[in-house]
Ligand binder design. Structure first.
Ligand code: 8DG
Length: 142
């Protein structure tokens, strides 16, 4: 998907389950390998961001998910790519690094910053951590 100024949207999923956030470690490109991200990928032409996210999470991690709300903000990755993130519910499956990643971790809010996130993901992770804390206090479903 491109937006009004012909930028390709990269969708990233903050998959939350039982008070934990899913993080995935990238294997490529070399500059990003070893860094942790919210898994996802590029939206294809004619595809909705929510569909792209569900597709990418299925392909890369083998999980069935449901995108919930978009997290506030966006990050311009370069002149052509813009990163947006969604809170996502896990429906089925056990996340495994099938493609593009070599490790996954389910992080509690206390562990959320134990991994080396891509810088551009940190504002989204902060937002999700606040949501996880709310879940742990019983004020939220997810
Ligand atoms: N998936 C994902 N990509 C991110 C995040 N943060 C971030 O800077 N990126 C960058 C890395 C890549 O340059 C780009 C997404 O590319 P990708 O390689 O995940 O996309 P894709 O699965 O559709 O791969 P491809 O078709 O280009 O091979 O966005 C993030 O949290 N998740």
């Amino acid at each position: 998907m491109t937006d009004g100024v012909e930028r390709t949207v990269v969708v990233a999923g903050a998959v939350c389950h039982e008070g934990r956030l899913l993080a995935a470690r990238r294997t490529a490109p070399a500059a990003l390998a070893g860094r942790w991200e919210l898994p996802g990928g590029k939206v294809e032409p004619g595809e909705s961001p929510e569909h792209a996210l569900t597709r990418e999470l299925r392909e890369e991690l083998g999980i069935e998910t449901e995108p919930l709300e978009r997290l506030p903000g966006e990050w311009q990755l370069n002149g052509r790519l813009v990163l947006r993130a969604w809170e996502v519910r896990l429906l089925k499956g056990e996340a495994q690094p099938l493609q593009d990643h070599d490790a996954v971790r389910w992080l509690t809010s206390e562990q959320a910053f134990d991994v080396d996130w891509l810088e551009q993901d940190i504002p989204f992770v902060r937002d999700v951590v606040a949501r996880l804390r709310s879940y742990m206090l019983g004020n939220r479903d997810l």
